[in-house]
Design a protein around this ligand. Structure first.
Ligand SMILES: [Zn+2]
Ligand SMILES: [Zn+2]
Ligand SMILES: [Zn+2]
Length: 290
């Protein structure tokens, strides 16, 4: 499978509109984008593709990167930056199946699948399919499994995408704190490539109203506030899952400029091929550092 990172930023993206910080300025100077989250996965045997999350930057993402429009989509949760791009389906698709969890969210009283059905009822081309967490679902010849993560107050799901032919595995943490349930971690284990939420470095927790949580033995916060992992949390998750390669995604412009473009922080446009030999970066001449 061919994995293209279409959107690697947090909910405001980098550069952030109206922001003159050094990180946003450096991104503009270098032509780097971290648009709102989305990942394109092509099954290269069939040419079909799945889109993970529908970014509000959908249009620009598909104009900027050479990937086909998807044959199906999966939605991790109902925050704006992961779902609002679905409106773009209007007149672009003859039909678009969208897969989402069937579990009821106590916060909304309905499942993610139901929220999408209701919110986009006017899109006749969109059909929403209920998926039960931990039950593998065949989509475009690949196997997708939703696993619950921790993104209070809403429910949110990480994902495992596996190619049954090659045995290759992509794991996505989804938007989550470090407190990912054991059973979910077990399912996310040993990916060839892990995409992990690491919104800011742990050093910035002092600026969050409730600070950092889920600290490690040396007092480093692995969660920023309650909703997202820190960079250190993302790296600790990678170690715990024994990920062969890791890219940190959903990053904010709050990263100090001297850290914002360091490895393993992802930027838009990165592309990885996952096959029998594991994952390798294919958008650049040099392979991604581990
Ligand atoms: Zn900024
Ligand atoms: Zn979110
Ligand atoms: Zn998000």
């Amino acid at each position: 499978m061919l994995v293209t990172l279409l959107g690697t930023g947090d909910t405001t993206g980098t550069p952030t509109v109206g922001c003159g910080c050094e990180t946003c300025q450096a991104a503009i100077d270098r032509g780097i984008e971290r648009s709102r989250f989305s990942v394109h996965i092509e099954n290269e045997r069939t040419g079909e593709s799945i889109l993970i999350d529908l970014s509000p930057d959908f249009r620009q993402q598909f104009l900027s990167h050479e990937v086909d429009l998807p044959d199906a989509a999966i939605v991790s949760h109902i925050h704006f930056d992961h779902i609002d791009g679905l409106g773009n389906a209007y007149r672009l698709f003859d039909s678009l199946p969208v897969y989402a969890a069937d579990e009821i969210d106590p916060q909304t009283g309905e499942s993610i699948a139901d929220t999408i059905r209701e919110k986009y009822h006017y899109l006749d081309t969109v059909t929403v399919h209920d998926v039960t967490p931990f039950e593998p679902q065949e989509i475009c010849g690949l196997e997708a499994t939703l696993v619950p993560v921790d993104h209070p107050p809403l429910i949110c799901f990480g994902l495992v995408i596996e190619d049954p032919q090659t045995g290759s595995r992509l794991s996505l943490s989804g938007d989550t704190s470090y407190e990912i349930p054991k059973q979910s971690r077990k399912r996310l284990q040993e990916p060839d490539l892990l995409l992990a939420d690491g919104i800011v470095p742990a050093s910035l927790c002092e600026y969050h109203p409730i600070g950092g949580t889920h600290t490690d033995d040396s007092g480093v916060a692995r969660t920023f506030g309650t909703k997202h992992m820190t960079r250190e949390g993302a790296l600790a998750l990678a170690a715990d899952l024994d990920a062969a390669q890791t890219r940190i995604v959903h990053t904010a412009h709050y990263y100090p400029v001297e850290e914002a473009f360091e490895e393993p922080l992802a930027i838009d446009g990165e592309q990885y091929r996952l096959d029998e030999n594991g994952a390798r970066r294919v958008d650049a001449d040099t392979p991604a550092r581990q």
